[in-house]
Design a protein around this ligand. Structure first.
Ligand code: ATP
Ligand code: MN
Length: 156
């Protein structure tokens, strides 16, 4: 039984499969499960042609774009939640969207929410293209004070 779990997702299939399998094999029971997606600030900036970080005059447009990305992320999180709930039994199941630098927001959210553990997949969308860990996972491991359970992502 885990108390309060943070699972960050970039919606990659390999990570989703791995955590579902882990939960099933261990008959995992969780009090509170938090599913987090971080919208990368630099992806938004790129979408806006590189202006959002520099010019104040695009503030309103920036807000509109942020809202659009947030809406989409919320829908994706709901879909992901329904898939995960087939294997993960949690008394409470929350979804969260943040905008920022992914590893920073993951580390920050773990503190804010005072989770007891982070379930961290080894890889995400760019699974096994290069290193032992993905760059987000590596940075979270380096920065967080929380306990981390590293879950090797499946190759898909
Ligand atoms: P790369 O370093 O090239 O991005 P990768 O995509 O395979 O390689 P990571 O980005 O480190 O590896 O992803 C590992 C895990 O980190 C993901 O499965 C997910 O749990 C988490 N993660 C990555 N990006 C995000 C994000 N934007 N929001 C929430 N969690 C993320
Ligand atoms: Mn990645």
């Amino acid at each position: 039984m885990f108390k309060k779990v943070l699972f960050p997702t970039d919606f990659s299939k390999g990570a989703e499969n791995a955590i579902k399998r882990f939960a099933k094999e261990n008959n995992l029971k969780i009090k509170e499960f938090i599913l987090l997606h971080v919208i990368d600030r630099y992806v938004i900036d790129e979408f806006m042609g590189g202006y959002s970080l520099v010019y104040k005059f695009v503030q309103k447009e920036l807000l509109d774009v942020e809202n659009k990305f947030t809406e989409k992320a919320k829908e994706d999180l709901e879909r992901e939640k329904r898939k995960l709930q087939k294997n993960i039994r949690a008394d409470k199941f929350k979804t969260l969207v943040k905008i920022g630098v992914p590893y920073e927001e993951i580390v920050k959210t773990a503190e804010e929410q005072d989770v007891s553990i982070i379930l961290l997949p080894s890889h995400g969308k760019l699974t096994f293209s290069h290193e032992v860990f993905g760059s987000v996972t590596m940075r979270v491991l380096r920065k967080t004070k929380k306990a981390v359970l590293l879950i090797k992502a499946e190759e898909v």
